[in-house]
Design a protein around this ligand. Sequence first.
Ligand code: ZN
Length: 621
Amino acid sequence: MQRLAENMFTPLPLGSIHSRRWLLAQLQTQAQGLTGHLDEFWPDVADSGWIGGRAESWERAPYWLDGLVPLAFLLQDERLIGKVHRWIDFILNHQQEDGWLGPVRDATYGYEHDPWPVSIILKALTQYQEATADPRVLPAMKRLLACLQTRITQQPLTSWAMMRSADLVLSVYWLHERTGEDWLLDLARLIQQQSYDWQAHFAHFAYQERQAQWSHEAHVVNNSMAIKQPAVWSRLTQHKQQRRASLEIIGLLDRFHGQVTGVFSGDEVLAGKNPSQGTELCAVVEYLFSLEVLLTILGEPALADRLERIAFNALPATFKPDMWAHQYDQQVNQVLCAVSEDRIYTTNGPEANLFGLAPNFGCCTANMHQGWPKYAAHLWMHTRDGGLAAISYAPCTVTTTVAGNVPVTLDVITDYPFAETIQLVVSVDRPARFPLVLHIPAWAEGATVTDANQESQPVQPGTFSRLEREWSGSVSLTLQLPMHVQAQTRYHQSIALERGPLVYALKIDEAWRQLRGEPPAADWEVFPTSPWNYALAVDRVSPEPSCRVLFHEFTSSPFASEQAPVSLNVQGKQIPAWTLERNAAGSLPESPVTSTQPLEALMLIPYGCTSLRVTEFPVLS
Ligand SMILES: [Zn+2]
């Protein structure tokens, strides 16, 4: 039997991690929001060809299921699980004679027997099988992939399927690891040969500037998904250079298009580092998924830092807190969300930054659902040697086995990322020796772990730190991750302030104006009702003395702007010449700047709490 390279970390089966506290509330909000209701009224899901209807029959229903399935089983929500069964039953019961799964073609998008929508439904099916052990899934996947192998031998991958094929290969690997059948790796090799070569693309990266033309190669979502491609290939080829290439791609996208939230710009093609450019929501959730995959293959601590930065900043900011409305494009300096005939985006339309049901285009309406649930399902993973690895510290309870087959329960008690202290309670049924591997973020200078005897030991920032010992009964550990205010130098020598994994942005007073639709599923414009054009009186080398950190009441909606649990209070002056241009914050003045305006007290709150904001500020000389 042929073998794939062993992963560094293995995700726990869906259902092993139970969210708690704010994360549980976030998932429940999502269940009560669009995810739990989209199939009831949005034609492209409700009347999809995937459930026997006549509306869009390509990627949208599979996208929705790829987020609904993990959400339903993470919450053990009977209503959502009922929806999952209805859809999966229909899809499995309507497999074609030749093995094809789902509609043979959509009237508008893709082509006949397009592997792209199938590769999304496979991601949903693999999660569903892990949660339910439904015996129909593996045979159905085998029949589908055998059919696909025949078809792509005759008609090679093209278009979206060719750019995004790493996602298809993940499900091929998943099936191989459960069946051991060699033909699946032959299929993976065939897909790889037919795929767009993202490693070569980035080895001679030709898209270093803001793009003007729409292309697959510069498409923001394709790039987000491409990050994982070389490392996914490396499991088959065992090539070391492919493992490094994924990390190099992240570096290149940061260098030419990176934003302080951890994502890169693309509205909807790569748009440079100007913080007024947008980033599509699909690119945010796909970047998170790419990181979750890369963490399993590479186990690099920097990937976990990036996962937290995107999950705690870019992800929550782009939704209305009730998760009934989202943006197509978010901007790091976002001072107006309105229909804009004159606009800054590369190729997106006038409604791209509205909060709504399907602003600009409906892909994000369908694809947004995977963001939080997959994050919540990847908080902890198995190590190669029978232990557990912490990827991120959102509050949860993990129930799994370690050290062969010893049942373990691990409670993570914390308000992180809004708090520095994380209590870990490890409970085993019988004594066992195994490692607990802790993600220590690179920013956490002075991090410590304290055991039940109150003995503290330092742990190294920017590592996965191993605690190997014999565990028995119930053991409580306290991880302290000190958060200091730091300033990043950004576009035009501006600064952005961060503290721990959170980026901070100016809280702008907002007026929400309903444009159309019926609440809760309405479209909204958001107008600023307080000034935004400030420069900060903050020293970029040593920002802490000029920032006061204030803590506020912690509620179950920490990402709602009125309920931000932490604020940074700083001082600044208005820059009257910095105004709106093309319905966005105009060209960021090159720092340092001067102003004759009075010094004012300014409140910055976590980026994820804001709808309007300035995040990259000019600095006063
Ligand atoms: Zn989208």
